[in-house]
Ligand binder design. Structure first.
Ligand code: ZN
Ligand code: FE
Length: 257
């Protein structure tokens, strides 16, 4: 039995902590800061950090890696196509690794960065996707093209309905504000906005999300929907047929939103 907990870092990052109670060992995903992980380990002094999983090279995801590795001897997994500090094992698409007795499948999902990877757990349907797919949104295109990001998101969107989305930031409410602007008549978006607003007012995390809900409310997974295409056509003043061009227009709009 593996339990997953979110450790908060910086203003809106989450470091996912996977706990194997039987062996008293943990793994973390994207420790941008060592401090929250060190604090957890101090409170659980007989536990060990065995593995560190990295999705991409941005500092808010790798900033704590070298210190944690030095202090614990944890094994560091990261994308082969990026510079990852302290990386022990470089991962490419299709690879499978064993962490805490769990199989994790590696997907290359370029767009936010060119080497960005996601980790998928095929028995429990858990997805650790860094800054690629967010709850109700997606990462900015710092390195890749809209076409690459669209393709990466389409691939993640093809996972099972009940896949739990463990992304790296608490951006859900502002993402839903944009989703409402894209689809003002979408009731599921309005309901989700109200729900997440209530959670955030109570200081609650909005994650993990569920893929089925993302397909219904995340505009970046909805470029094929008539309502989304019509909104983009009215803003652009022309009809766009290609889904990846609709996606590109959505991403550009969100950048200025
Ligand atoms: Zn990033
Ligand atoms: Fe980030």
């Amino acid at each position: 039995m593996i339990k997953i907990e979110a450790l908060s870092a910086f203003s809106d990052n989450y470091i996912w902590l996977l706990q194997d109670a039987q062996h008293k060992r943990v793994a973390v995903v994207d420790p941008g800061d060592a401090a929250p992980v060190q604090a957890w380990l101090q409170q659980h002094h007989d536990w060990t950090l065995s593995d560190i999983l990295i999705t991409h090279h941005h500092n808010d995801h790798v900033g704590g890696v070298e210190q944690l590795r030095r202090e614990t001897g944890a094994r560091v997994y990261g994308p082969a196509n990026e510079n990852i500090p302290g990386r022990d094992q470089a991962l490419v698409d299709g690879e499978r690794i064993e962490v805490l007795g769990l199989t994790l499948q590696v997907f290359e999902v370029p767009g936010h960065t060119l080497g960005h990877i996601a980790f998928y757990q095929p028995q429990h349907h858990w997805l650790f996707c860094g800054d690629t797919l967010f709850a109700a949104g997606c990462g900015r295109l710092f390195e890749g093209t809209p076409q690459q990001m669209h393709q990466s998101l389409q691939r993640l969107a093809a996972l099972p309905d009940d896949t739990l989305i463990y992304c790296a930031h608490e951006y859900t409410l502002s993402n839903l504000r944009f989703a409402k602007a894209v689809e003002p008549a979408n009731r599921e978006i309005a309901e989700r906005f109200a729900q997440v607003e209530a959670w955030r007012q109570q200081g609650q995390i909005s994650l993990p999300s569920v893929l089925q809900l993302e397909r219904a409310t995340n505009p970046f997974l909805r470029a094929a929907q008539t309502s989304v295409k019509e909104m983009i056509a009215s803003r652009e003043g022309r009809v766009i047929v290609s889904e990846s061009e609709v996606f590109a227009a959505l991403r550009a709009w969100k950048d200025r939103f």
